[in-house]
Ligand binder design. Structure first.
Ligand code: ADP
Length: 159
């Protein structure tokens, strides 16, 4: 069984994340999308809200499940017997941070490989942060997130 972990904040999940999930799900037997609790950076959504949103958004993928973890990513990867970490690379601006993380994780555990996947071009400028900003200012985020996320965002920010 080839299992990979796709860690992140997912606050909230966007079409960019889902593009990476789709690509990864074709490469591995199982993808574990894992919400990192220690990098919660005062998220807009709670852990449970993010889990519920991710579960709904990834429902059509039979080999994808959603969890959360705290502590070191490589420790969690080892615990669930994942041999790869999936990360999305949008632009050169992601590279330096991701490169550092990947090499540090390799130093911590050499048996977990980091794999970078590129999303469709139209998602390369997309981030949860920018989606929240647009929604907060009353803009339309329908093209960037699943419909139910757009509704949830609107409810959360303008209730
Ligand atoms: P983190 O706080 O770990 O960056 P995010 O939820 O922002 O968490 O992102 C999780 C992963 O998904 C990261 O590897 C990030 O580069 C990737 N990612 C985020 N948005 C996109 C996107 N639009 N296209 C491709 N990858 C993305």
């Amino acid at each position: 069984m080839r299992r990979a972990i796709y860690p992140g904040s997912f606050d909230p999940v966007t079409n960019g994340h889902l593009d990476i999930v789709a690509r990864a799900s074709r490469l591995f037997d199982e993808i574990v999308v894992a919400i990192a609790q220690n990098v919660q950076k005062e998220g807009l959504f709670s852990r449970d809200e993010r889990i519920a949103m991710l579960e709904t958004a990834t429902m059509s993928f039979e080999n994808v499940r959603v969890t959360c973890f705290d502590g070191l990513l490589v420790d969690y990867a080892h615990e669930i017997e994942a041999t790869a970490v999936i990360r999305g690379l949008r632009a050169i601006s992601d590279f330096e941070f991701e490169f550092q993380m990947a090499l540090m994780n390799r130093k911590l555990n050499d048996s977990v490989e980091t794999i970078f996947l590129m999303p469709k071009e139209e998602y390369t400028y997309l981030s949860s942060r920018i989606v929240k900003e647009i929604a907060r200012l009353g803009g339309d985020v329908d093209a960037f997130v699943p419909d139910f996320i757009a509704t949830t965002l609107h409810r959360k920010l303008h209730a």
